[in-house]
Design a protein around this ligand. Structure first.
Ligand SMILES: Nc1ncnc2c1ncn2[C@@H]1O[C@H](COP(=O)(O)OP(=O)(O)O)[C@@H](O)[C@H]1O
Ligand SMILES: [Mg+2]
Length: 269
């Protein structure tokens, strides 16, 4: 199983540099990686750069030994699926058809999802009952689940999800993270998820990257990356990480960190 490597990566919009010389430990297959950081820290930009949707100024992105930095869009799209932060456009298509279309867009000789595979995936995501509903008649959370189905059915090597839980209720948040873990392990996916909920990241991800103003503050096992110190630096909060009665680490926020004054993301970079 190969890893996704990011080396000295810089990304700019016009002359404004958003990601600045970012080098990360290899993002391994078979585990779920959280991409953390405050609003505006560059999470979506980094994900788009990995997906080849924004041009890089310099640096390298590799999948195993393959250089993705200069790969064609079609070549990259064979391996990488990106689910944007915004919900999919509301086209007048039934849920089932939309997932089937996504499957066929990616179809390769080795992996041709059929009707049964679509049905099984909708079942596993808990949205089988929506199969014949129209996309433009779904709630935000339901659309988000369909977006996930469209991404998962393509069985990419790299799965990039930008805030996939943002519209989901508590039950579905847990369910989706559980499912992503299973899929990631079973198929050796490289799964990178932007999350705002630090406790979900602690509980449901193996590895984490913490961004701060376009740079990587730290990366490693999620439980190491999420600490009082990093939360103070990056989010400007006083936080404790304690074990709950079931033994899981849990973050509690006590106060804003007075030394920061304002939201740390609002500082000019
Ligand atoms: N298309 C764009 N053009 C210009 N600036 C952008 C664009 N998209 C994002 N930015 C800027 O880049 C910075 C990082 O944005 P983003 O990657 O979306 O952050 P995050 O996802 O961590 O909230 C922000 O300051 C944002 O205003
Ligand atoms: Mg974002």
């Amino acid at each position: 199983m190969s890893a996704l490597s990011v080396d000295d990566l810089s990304v700019a919009y016009g002359r404004r540099r958003i990601i600045d010389g970012l080098t990360a430990q290899p993002i391994e297959a078979g585990r779920v990686t959280a991409l953390l950081g405050p609003n505006g820290s560059g999470k979506s930009t980094l994900l788009k750069a990995l997906a080849g949707l924004v041009r890089t100024v310099s640096g390298n992105i590799r999948l195993g030994t393959q250089d993705l930095t200069h790969a064609s869009f079609a070549e990259r799209a064979r391996h990488v699926v990106y689910l944007p932060q915004s919900l999919p456009a509301s086209v007048h298509l039934r849920v089932f058809e939309s997932v089937l279309v996504a499957a066929h867009a990616q179809a390769q000789a080795t992996h041709r999802p059929d009707l049964d595979a679509v049905e099984a995936l909708l079942e596993r995501l808990g949205i089988a009952h929506l199969a014949s509903a129209y996309l433009d008649q779904l709630s935000g959370g339901q659309k988000q689940l369909v977006g996930l189905a469209q991404a998962l059915i393509r069985r990419p090597r790299v799965l990039l999800l930008d805030e996939p839980l943002s519209a989901l209720d508590l039950n579905y948040q847990f369910h989706v993270m559980d499912l992503l873990h299973q899929e990631t392990q079973a198929h050796g996916l490289i799964t990178v998820i932007v999350l705002h909920d630090i406790n979900i990241a602690l509980r449901h991800t193996d590895h984490a990257l913490m961004l701060h103003q376009g740079k990587l503050l730290t990366d490693g096992p999620s439980a190491d990356v999420i600490s009082s110190e990093t939360l103070r630096t990056v989010y400007g909060v006083q936080a404790r990480v304690e074990r709950c009665s079931h033994g899981f680490p849990h973050v509690m926020i006590d106060a804003l960190d007075t030394a920061h004054g304002s939201h740390p993301g609002s500082q000019s970079s």
